[in-house]
Design a binder for this molecule. Structure first.
Ligand SMILES: Cc1cc2nc3c(=O)[nH]c(=O)nc-3n(C[C@H](O)[C@H](O)[C@H](O)COP(=O)(O)OP(=O)(O)OC[C@H]3O[C@@H](n4cnc5c(N)ncnc54)[C@H](O)[C@@H]3O)c2cc1C
Length: 446
């Protein structure tokens, strides 16, 4: 059995950010990080607006003075590029951030990272503190006792919208036509080619890393999670449309993909009075603890700010702290915005273009980076069309999520029926054959 002051479950962005700070501060606390991965890879990149130097400044891979939003044709089309004095959009690679944290942890005598291990259960101990049961191959290490637990493991939840994306870092050799995207090499194309179809709103995130390489991510805001294979196929179609697919000579050097919950809606039982609460001493953090901004899905800087506050509390001998509660006005604005996007995906390009055109860049950036002033909120409200947003003032999150669950269940049932019918009519209870499955493919929706 291992006995520690603090167990951090999950060594991703949040877990490593906290462990790195404690290690670098020379904590006297005994800390353990439990992480299932055997090794860290370059599986994602973090983009964010930066107003100055920060802990990862030396690791920034690329940065841009300007950022743009561009819609894809139609009467209200256009491209809007902004520069925000004093702020740059920066990109960090996950591999560099992890290496930075691992170096700090390796040099600490009291912070340990245990790789290749899942935390399976956390429970309160009779005499105080917490017990964590893991699947460590070494039975002697399977049980950990801790005074506190910071739990960053992913947790199931519904969401108002799912930001689903598949991206490729492509060496295009100069073939990418930035001007057609309303960009230059100094511009981060945060939303290019904004478009809508039956599955919702979509756009391409284009970051020119240098003159010959770009990160290109096809992104959708959808009412349900979308299958990874479908997103990858749509991304490949975008690469082809941009003339940088492998068939055009583009070389894919790295891929990344994800599904982010925008406007997390916790399961009803978690919100109900009397529901099984987390044991005392356990704090949820990271995306599963509410780190992602509802309206954007951005989380990296919010996680860094939380890690700083949490490490400071621990270093003072106090318990770990959770992410701060979202201010009421921001929470309501994000919810109304997401409900409006969900209700009118066909108007999403118009909404974003209105924001980009009518709201001063500095106000918009403050809003997107959690630093909005009352005047910024007023400018955003005035810039958007009134009717679709007024209609979304009532909080409809639970009703929307319940309806989506019912629709998905109905689709799954219909798909099951469609798969079963041919064999039933043949008078056999046998499982569908490969050719039957091919004639009745699974619906595209997850
Ligand atoms: C591909 C991608 C790109 C993103 N890009 C951006 C961006 O550009 N800008 C931005 O601000 N945000 C971005 N985000 C959002 C957010 O910053 C990230 O999701 C961030 O990694 C969240 O940190 P986290 O620690 O909560 O989750 P993670 O980093 O996913 O860490 C969770 C950890 O828990 C571990 N775990 C899982 N099960 C167990 C278990 N049973 N026991 C112990 N550990 C477990 C996982 O292995 C993982 O390491 C992106 C997200 C993704 C997925």
């Amino acid at each position: 059995m291992t006995n520690v002051d603090l167990a951090i479950l999950g060594g991703g962005a949040a877990g490593l950010a906290l462990a790195r700070r404690l290690a670098a501060a020379g904590t006297g606390l005994h800390v353990i990080v439990i992480e299932p991965r055997e090794r860290y890879t370059d599986d994602r990149s973090w983009g964010f607006w930066s107003r100055g130097a920060h802990d990862h400044s030396a690791l920034v891979t690329a940065s841009w003075d300007a950022w743009s939003w561009q819609s894809d044709g139609g009467a209200r089309s256009g491209s809007v590029a902004h520069t925000t004095p004093g702020a740059r959009y920066e990109l960090l690679r996950a591999a560099d951030v992890a290496a930075h944290a691992l170096a700090a942890i390796a040099s600490s005598p009291s912070v340990e990272l245990r790789l290749g291990v899942h935390a399976e259960r956390v429970e309160a101990r009779a005499g105080g503190g917490l017990r964590i049961l893991t699947d460590d191959r070494d039975a002697a290490h399977r049980e950990i006792t801790a005074r506190w637990v910071v739990d960053t493991r992913p947790r199931p939840a519904d969401a108002l919208l799912y930001q689903c994306f598949a991206g490729s870092e492509v060496q295009h050799g100069g073939r990418l036509d930035l001007a057609a995207l309303g960009m230059t090499t100094g511009t981060a194309g945060l939303m290019t080619g904004m478009t809508s179809d039956a599955d919702g709103f979509g756009f391409t995130y284009v970051l020119p890393l240098d003159a010959t390489t770009a990160l290109v991510e096809w992104t959708r805001f959808s009412g349900h999670p979308l299958p990874a294979a479908r997103l990858a196929a749509e991304r490949d179609a975008r690469l082809a449309a941009l003339g940088i697919a492998p068939a055009d000579g583009g070389v894919v050097v790295r891929e990344e993909a994800g599904t982010l919950r925008m406007g997390r809606v916790e399961p009803p039982d978690a919100a109900e009075p009397g529901a099984a609460a987390d044991p005392p001493g356990l704090v949820r953090a990271g995306a599963a603890g509410g780190a992602l901004r509802d309206a954007t899905g951005y989380g990296f800087q919010r996680i860094e700010r939380w890690a700083e506050a949490c490490a400071a509390a621990l270093l003072r001998g106090e318990p770990p702290v959770a992410h701060p509660e979202e201010p009421w006005a921001r929470r309501q604005m994000d919810r109304i915005f997401l409900q409006a996007l969900r209700a009118h995906p066909e108007r999403a390009p118009e909404f974003f273009t209105a924001l980009a055109r009518r709201v001063p860049a500095a106000s918009l950036m403050r809003f997107l980076t959690d630093a909005a002033r009352p005047g910024d909120l007023a400018r955003i409200i005035l810039a958007l069309p009134k009717l679709p947003f007024l209609a979304e003032i009532p909080d409809r999150r639970r009703a929307l999520v319940a309806r989506a669950t019912e629709e998905r269940a109905a689709m799954r049932a219909a798909a099951r029926l469609a798969r079963r019918r041919p064999t039933e009519s043949a008078g056999s209870g046998a499982a569908p054959t490969r050719s039957t499955r091919a004639r009745h493919p699974q619906p595209a929706r997850a």
